[in-house]
Write a protein that binds this ligand. Structure first.
Ligand code: ZN
Length: 170
C-alpha cells in the first residue's frame, strides 16, 4: 500500500468528471487500498479518486471513531430519501483547514459495488449521508466551497493560494 498525493483547491484537475469503473480488477483493488491508506494517514473520513488524480468512480469512506469501518463505493448511485435537508459542518482533504456548513439531504439510499465487485445497497443518515454526498460531488468535479457565496469562496481561494506559496517557499 502507498499513500497518494492529494490535489488541493483550486487545482483544475479537481474539476474532472470521473468515468465508471468497467470491471473491479486487481488494479482497482490496489487503488482502493492506496486510497484507504491515504485517507487514514491524512486523516480524513472520506476520499474520492478524483482527489488523488484518478478520474474513475471510486470512493472510500470511514466515519467510525477508530478507523474500523471502511466503506468502499465503486460506481455509486445516490438517491436522497425525502425532502429534508440539514446543514452540517464540512471539511475536505483538498481544502485543508477550512470548514463551512453545507445543507444536504438528511437521508440517502446508496447503491454501489464493493471492492470485490459485489453490488450492495444501504440507507444512510447523519454524518455518513453527508459524507457520501460530499464525496459523490467530487466525482462530478464539484467541491463543497461551490455551495458558498462568491465572497466566501474568494476568501478560501486567497487562503489556499497563500498556503501554496508558503509550501513553495518552504
Ligand atoms: Zn472533499
Amino acid at each position: 500500500m502507498a499513500t497518494l498525493p492529494i490535489l488541493e483547491f483550486p487545482d483544475e484537475r479537481l474539476r474532472t468528471k470521473a468515468v465508471a469503473v468497467e470491471s473491479v480488477d486487481d488494479e482497482v483493488r490496489q487503488l482502493v487500498a492506496d486510497m484507504l491508506e491515504t485517507m487514514y494517514t491524512a486523516p480524513g473520513i472520506g476520499l474520492a479518486a478524483t482527489q488523488v488524480d484518478v478520474h474513475r468512480r471510486v470512493i472510500v469512506i470511514d466515519v467510525s471513531e477508530d478507523q474500523s469501518t471502511p466503506l468502499v463505493l465503486i460506481n455509486p448511485e445516490v438517491t436522497p430519501i425525502g425532502e429534508e435537508r440539514e446543514p452540517m459542518q464540512e471539511g475536505c482533504l483538498s481544502i485543508p483547514e477550512y470548514f463551512a456548513d453545507v445543507p444536504r439531504a438528511l437521508r440517502v439510499n446508496l447503491k454501489a459495488l464493493d471492492r470485490d465487485g459485489t453490488p450492495y445497497e444501504i440507507e444512510a443518515d447523519g454524518l455518513l449521508a453527508h459524507c457520501i454526498q460530499h464525496e459523490l460531488d467530487h466525482l462530478e468535479g464539484v467541491l463543497f466551497v461551490d455551495y458558498l457565496s462568491p465572497l466566501k469562496r474568494d476568501r478560501v481561494l486567497k487562503k489556499m493560494n497563500k498556503r501554496h506559496r508558503q509550501m513553495q517557499d518552504a
